[in-house]
Design a protein around this ligand. Structure first.
Ligand SMILES: [Zn+2]
Length: 489
């Protein structure tokens, strides 16, 4: 795919910026000196985060009002009240709160350049009108690259350090390559969930799912990488068998009676397991929740997506997941109607769960589930997401031995000051503007509130070329004030 995207991996990003001769501030502002793919991390390089309020999300280990985090190479090696700097580069995090990077369990990253194109969509049909049924069929590999790259950069910028890229527009091997390369180039911890296009017209090579084996060999056969591979597929015996033969986890869009029945047949044959991740999970019968629990499958709910498009019952089944003893994670799904923001997702869930329980109390119900706490919501956005990503032993908490995927927010900012409760500050009040630093696998990707080494002009050029091409190719005339879109196919 080299050279065919209108930009080279070499030129886009300096994700491997050397800090050896630079202060962090200089490094963050400096133009790319080496672009593209991450170079191997220096395993001896140490970074010390000094004087942060540390939310660990690590079981019963207590959080620290003030403490240090020592990173060596890609990993956290120590957390404590005071750690000697000894050769480490120091990030002064006084007045900041450190917490594990967010994990978005389900994003259709390829749609990045279509952000907010239909903010008022009410149905899956309206969503599909602006995606699968129209622009999607015109996507070239470079459009997949542009969408995935923009989405991944937007994630990092807003504190999402890991995303499961639900890639359901893989029209050729080159499209899949472009999706993977964009994730690799962005520096995000990515899980590429490779799936077939939803509209299978003449612009589809029908290379999927067989192409997964090639994709795995090309990008995922050599050692440690920030990006991993899985399959995106509905309940389908042959597809799931192929995924398992290749050792890949499986992500499935899942809601409603028909899906439940499809799963029953697989469950009877012992084909549902801990390698399955289910998105949405609305409008399901009790027996399906039992299958989730008994199989060890992971689930993520889509608070805004279900409400926006009327999926499932229109209310994300967060409470049901809790009722059945599961650990629900969150997913943003897509940006064609709303933002990339996990802070919003957390607050929607918190208020939605409260609203539902408070309303049941008002109606005289007793024996109600407990009110959700800010910490529970933060766990869904971090820990539980890591489990969905198959990375529960690598990310989602701040603990020695875990990858250094860390977000620092400035609690002294005007909208957060004074911070009288650290978790409350993060969950109930913070937003992207408060993010000072984002570290992924020991690499500083945002510092001082600015993305490190990002060539913004080049990014804009790539996105605008793609957006212009897509609009022209289906004859869409931009309308910045449209309430609803016309039929686009
Ligand atoms: Zn989805």
């Amino acid at each position: 795919m080299r050279g065919s995207f209108g930009l080279t991996r070499r030129s886009l990003l300096a994700v491997g910026v050397s800090f050896a001769a630079l202060s962090f501030a200089q490094a963050a502002e400096r133009a790319p000196e080496r672009a593209g793919r991450l170079r191997p991390i220096d395993r001896r390089r140490r970074i010390l985060i000094r004087n942060a309020t540390i939310i660990r999300m690590d079981g019963n280990v207590e959080d620290l009002a003030r403490g240090d985090i020592l990173i060596e190479g890609s990993k956290i090696i120590e957390i404590g009240r005071f750690i000697p700097a000894a050769g480490a580069r120091v990030i002064d995090a006084s007045g900041m709160i450190a917490f594990p990077g967010f994990v978005d369990c389900h994003r259709h990253s390829w749609e990045g350049q279509l952000r907010r194109i239909n903010p008022n969509a009410e149905t899956l049909a309206e969503y599909s009108n602006a995606t699968h049924l129209s622009f999607a069929t015109a996507y070239r590999p470079q459009d997949i690259y542009a969408g995935n790259y923009l989405t991944a950069i937007g994630c990092i910028d807003s504190g999402i350090t890991c995303v499961i890229d639900n890639s359901h527009n893989s029209r050729s091997a080159a499209h899949s390559d472009a999706a993977v390369e964009a994730l690799l180039d962005s520096g995000i911890r990515g899980v590429h969930a490779s799936g077939a296009p939803q509209v299978q017209d003449k612009n589809y090579d029908r290379q999927w799912p067989g192409d997964l084996e090639r994709l795995q060999r090309k990008y995922f056969s050599g050692g440690e990488s920030l990006v991993t591979l899985r399959m995106f597929s509905p309940p389908n015996r042959e597809n799931w068998a192929l995924a398992r033969r290749l050792g890949l986890r499986i992500t499935t869009e899942f809601q409603g009676q028909a899906a439940a029945e499809a799963l029953d047949a697989l469950w009877v044959d012992h084909l549902v397991g801990p390698d399955n991740t289910f998105n949405h999970c609305g409008a399901l019968p009790q027996r399906t929740w039992d299958i989730f629990r008994q199989s060890g499958a992971s689930v993520n709910v889509c608070p805004r997506s279900d409400a926006q498009y009327g999926l499932g019952e229109g209310i994300a089944p967060y409470q049901q997941a809790l009722d059945y003893g599961l650990k629900p994670a969150f997913s943003i799904d897509n940006e064609t109607s709303y933002s990339t923001d996990m802070f919003t997702e957390m607050r929607v869930v918190m208020m939605m769960q409260r609203a539902l329980v408070q309303n049941r109390r008002f109606r005289g119900e007793t024996n109600l589930p407990p009110a959700v706490m800010a910490r529970d919501v933060l766990a869904s956005a971090t820990l539980n997401g890591a489990i969905c990503a198959g990375l529960g032993d690598k990310t989602g908490r701040l603990a020695p031995g875990f990858e250094a995927d860390i977000v620092l927010i400035r609690s002294g900012d005007l909208n957060l000051y004074p911070s009288n409760n650290a978790i409350g500050t993060v969950v109930q009040a913070a937003d992207r503007s408060n993010i000072d630093t984002v570290i992924i696998g020991g690499r500083v990707r945002k510092f001082g509130g600015r993305m490190a080494g990002l060539d913004t002009r080049k990014l804009r050029r790539v996105v605008e070329e793609s957006r212009g091409y897509l609009f022209r190719s289906i004859g869409y005339k931009e309308d910045l004030f449209a309430e609803k879109l016309p039929k686009l196919y």
